[in-house]
Design a protein around this ligand. Sequence first.
Ligand code: NCD
Length: 348
Amino acid sequence: MRHLIDFSDLTQEEWHALYHSFTEILKHPGDYRDALRGQTLASLFYEPSTRTRLSFEAAMQRLGGGVFGFSDPQSSSIYKGESLKDTIAMVSGYADAVVIRHPREGSALAASLYSTRPVVNAGDGGHCHPTQTLTDLAAVTLLLGQVDGLHIGICGDLKYGRTVHSLLSALRRFDGITVTLISAPELALPAYARAACEEAGMALREERNLRSAIGGLDVLYMTRVQRERFADPAEYERLKDGYILTPGVMEGAKREMLVMHPLPRFGEIDVAVDDDPRAAYFEQARLGMVIRMALLLETCRLPSLAPKIPQQKSGFACANPRCVTQEERYLPPLADGDMCRYCESRAG
Ligand code: NCD
């Protein structure tokens, strides 16, 4: 791995090595106090964040390193209209690794083209969020012993929920996984993500009703309806309360089932569920900092490389209005067949 744009950038061996490093850090946190002393992380958040940004910054500080960056792009030259290319070309000269969150789908891949240092995707619009997936897998493995063979229910906004897309791209790698998708039809999984699961032979089921699905699950992964991605606010209002996990619904679940959520929640898990021993979301968030420490130990130590801009595929134009290529017009139009490589949309 050089850049972490999505989970598919990691081999299964690299994932196992990261998980091993995560368990070592959990056991002996003091041994890592100076591991990245003198190194610096650039933390570029073009979009709001609490857990991802703070856990990356805390992770770097716990390894003895420093952090600079912004959490409000209005306070930097982006406000003056600076391109992503120019910002990354410059910032990668200041840092040992670059963490970026951006509202445009495909922005992390775009940034990686112009960076001399490893780029880590902390969320690119409604597309992907691989470090949340590292968090999710680390938490499941630690709390349930393994990922193989589990039945995982994913509930809520499967259309815009980037954590869902990255989680599915990871689950495809494990054996004997069954996934039940629980959502309104308007918030169903994008075609590219569904096709990739089907190609990998994953057992995929669909269910409209959370109460009827919950009894068979080992993990219930709840998600927030992503208000900021809706073009029509009335559509958001209509869909936002579609699924609410309450103690009553939890009565139908297995005794050992984990309730997970990338957070923030916005009503989809009743606060009364927090006292249920199966509620794992706060522990999941804590473990997210530790797995990010393991990731930074790897990425900050990689050598610098001059950026290499891939060959252009002439004539391709992505039609996804949320794709980074719509705004950063200098980007080479990269495609695999009719699929845009930045945002993975097939609308091009
Ligand atoms: C998620 C995100 O930003 O995609 N949050 C996170 O990183 N923990 C989920 C969300 O915002 O709903």
